[in-house]
Design a protein around this ligand. Structure first.
Ligand code: FMN
Length: 280
C-alpha cells in the first residue's frame, strides 16, 4: 500500500496551496517522495505514454543555471517543484493526469502541500532546470513544500475568483441510465468514489467530468468548456485522468473491484464526449 492515511482523508485534505513557507523538506520525506516519483515513472514507462516526472529544487540548482523557478507571483515562497514532462507530439493527457494526481496525493499524504499549475508558470525557467530532451515539453508543474500558516490576501482573492471551494451539485454530474435521471447518492454503492471525483482539482475549477451509471458500469464523459482551447496539451482530458485516479483509488480502498475499459458501443451524449468506463 502506497499511502499511510486513508485515500478519502487524503483527497479531502488536498487543496491548491499558493503561499509556501521557506522551510526545507526533511531528507526522509524527500527520499520517500523521490522513490514514489520513480515508481510512477515506471508506471508511465509500462503504459508507454511518453511522459516522466521529476523533482527539482531551485535551491539545489543554484550552482547550475541559478535560475529561480518563476510562477508570475501566483505562488510565493516555493523553491521545490514536481515537474511533469511529456513528448511534444505523442503523449496521453488522460494517463498523465491520472499519474500526476497520484503524485499529488502521495505528497499530500506526506504532509506536503501542492498546487497543479498548467498555465501560471514560466516555461523557459522550468525547461532550463529540467534538462529536457529535444522532443519534450513541460505541460504541468506543482510547487511542493509546506504551507505558510497565513495565506496571502492574493491567495484568498484568487480562490474566490475561480470559486475554488465550490463544486457543481451532485445532480449535475452523476446520472443513472440517462442524463435526465440524476443518480441517487443515498443508495449507490459507488457514492464515496463519486464524492471523491467531485472533490478533485480541475483546470480553472471547470469540473468537466460527467458520469453515467449503467448497471455494473460507470461511463466517464467529458463536458468541455466552450472557448477553452486545446493547444499543446489537453488540460480538460487531463482533468478526467484526475477523476479516474480519485475514483479508482477510493474504490480500491472500499474493496469495490473493477477495471477501466474503453467500450466501443457507447455513444457521445449530446455535447458530452465518451472517454472510458469503469466496469465492476
Ligand atoms: C490541470 C490543472 C491546471 C491548473 N492550472 C493552474 C494554474 O495555472 N494556476 C493556478 O493558480 N491554479 C491552477 N490550477 C488549480 C485550480 O485552479 C484548482 O484546482 C481549482 O480552483 C480547485 O481548487 P482546489 O485545488 O483548491 O480544490 C490547475 C488545476 C489543474 C487540475
Amino acid at each position: 500500500m502506497d499511502f499511510q492515511k486513508s485515500i478519502t482523508e487524503i483527497i479531502k485534505s488536498r487543496y491548491s496551496c499558493r503561499t509556501f513557507d521557506s522551510k526545507n523538506i526533511e531528507n526522509e520525506t524527500l527520499n520517500k517522495l523521490n522513490d514514489y516519483i520513480e515508481k510512477i515513472n515506471d508506471e508511465a514507462k509500462s503504459a508507454k505514454i511518453n511522459s516522466r516526472f521529476l523533482y527539482v529544487s531551485s535551491k539545489e540548482n543554484s550552482n547550475k543555471s541559478g535560475k529561480k523557478l518563476g510562477t508570475y507571483g501566483v505562488i510565493s515562497g516555493a523553491e521545490s517543484f514536481i515537474i511533469g514532462i511529456a513528448d511534444k507530439e505523442n503523449h496521453d493527457p488522460l494517463k498523465f493526469g491520472y499519474l500526476y494526481e497520484k503524485l499529488i496525493l502521495f505528497a499530500t499524504d506526506l504532509g506536503l502541500n501542492t498546487c497543479w499549475l498548467g498555465g501560471t508558470f514560466n516555461k523557459n525557467d522550468f525547461q532550463q532546470n529540467s534538462s529536457l530532451l529535444e522532443n519534450e515539453f513541460i505541460p504541468i508543474v506543482s510547487p511542493v513544500g509546506y504551507k505558510k500558516d497565513k495565506p496571502r490576501i492574493f491567495e484568498s482573492a484568487m480562490r474566490a475568483v475561480v470559486g475554488a471551494n465550490n463544486r457543481k451539485p451532485w445532480n449535475e454530474l452523476f446520472f443513472d441510465e440517462n442524463i435526465s435521471n440524476p443518480l441517487n447518492e443515498k443508495v449507490d454503492e459507488y457514492a464515496v468514489p463519486l464524492q471523491m471525483v467531485r472533490l478533485g482539482p480541475s483546470a480553472s475549477n471547470k469540473q468537466p467530468w460527467r458520469i453515467v451509471k449503467n448497471k455494473n458500469m460507470y461511463h466517464f464523459f467529458i463536458c468541455r468548456t466552450k472557448g477553452y482551447g486545446v493547444m499543446s496539451f489537453d488540460m480538460q482530458i487531463n482533468d478526467i485522468g484526475i477523476a479516474m485516479c480519485h475514483f479508482e483509488l477510493s474504490s480500491n480502498q472500499l474493496g469495490l473491484s473493477g477495471n477501466w475499459q474503453k467500450l466501443h458501443n457507447i455513444n457521445n451524449l449530446e455535447e458530452w464526449e465518451y472517454i472510458i468506463s469503469w466496469v465492476s
